[in-house]
Ligand binder design. Structure first.
Ligand code: 2AM
Ligand code: CA
Length: 264
């Protein structure tokens, strides 16, 4: 792999270290499914344990960097120049159900722009990474978005709505509208991996509402470096960490945007 910024090296190392205990924890889940209590609390602690290792590793090199994480929140709030954006387990519901579709996702942001990122599925041993200007990779191979030209032939992926969503009806009707006009739509349950899969051409496009910044930060640079287009829609300035994302190969971007905007 020809990515060699200090930040990408740090993120990669932190991911590999944290994944060791994450793989062990995943192996325990099946045993816990049979207990009446279920694995809920265990997963929460696996999430926290993973995040703690990631933070410790990244802070060793740069204690002054800002950090935005799913579990801990914001660290070193005043540093908005250099920030790590961390999701220790993206696809928690899959993890909880013994489905090996989840990932550690870490982006590095400089002056408000994501410069590099890693999305690592430790069970499949797939590491997606990218650095601005230096391309995107899956393990050691360069990746590129698909070349599918027509939206009607596209295989898309989406997610949501969340249990607590106030716009469930809107999300479902959008799903119907889009589904009727494309080849098919999948729901895989990990936003980070959904974007990574668009980046390597497994899917032609992805959209989802009501995400958090840490779900997609690493995916933004990976998709762009793989030749994809990424964009946010219906942004609300009062909640800058909440995102509605549209991420596709360049050919179908406008068509998917039109489908999302289309009303019944
Ligand atoms: P998570 O697994 O880290 O919670 C599932 O559609 C995708 O949406 C996952 O990437 C999931 O991230 C993300 N997501 C963010 N907030 C969520 C929530 N409250 N409930 C379900 N999924 C959520
Ligand atoms: Ca997430």
């Amino acid at each position: 792999m020809r990515l060699n910024s200090p930040q990408i090296n740090l993120i990669t190392r932190a991911c590999l270290k944290a994944s060791r205990s994450l793989i062990r924890d995943f192996g325990e889940i099946e045993n816990l499914q049979v207990l009446s209590k279920g694995p809920g609390d265990f997963v929460t602690s696996a999430d926290k344990r993973t995040e703690k290792i990631l933070i410790e590793e990244l802070q060793k090199a740069h204690p002054e960097y800002g950090i935005i994480t799913e579990e801990t929140g914001i660290i070193n709030k005043s540093n908005t120049k250099n920030r790590w954006i961390i999701d220790p387990i993206d696809g928690t519901m899959n993890f909880l159900n013994s489905v090996p579709q989840f990932a550690i996702s870490i982006g590095y942001e400089e002056d408000g722009e994501i410069k590099c990122g890693v999305i690592f599925n430790p069970i499949m041993n797939e590491m997606f990474c990218a650095e601005k200007g230096n391309g995107a990779y899956l393990n050691n191979s360069r990746i590129r978005v698909s070349n599918k030209k027509k939206i009607k032939d596209a295989l898309l992926v989406t997610g949501g709505p969340k249990g607590a969503s106030k716009i469930k009806d809107k999300i479902f009707s959008e799903y119907i509208n889009v589904s009727k006009n494309v080849s098919n739509v999948r729901k895989f349950g990990s936003a980070a991996l959904d974007i990574a899969y668009v980046a390597c051409g497994r899917f032609d496009g992805y959209w989802q509402r009501e995400l958090n910044y840490w779900d997609i930060a690493a995916g933004i640079v990976i998709l762009k470096e793989a030749g994809g287009f990424v964009d946010f829609f219906e942004e609300d300035n009062s909640t800058p960490l909440k995102k509605n994302i549209l991420a596709t190969n360049p050919n179908i971007h406008e068509d998917l945007r039109d489908l999302i905007n289309k009303k019944d």
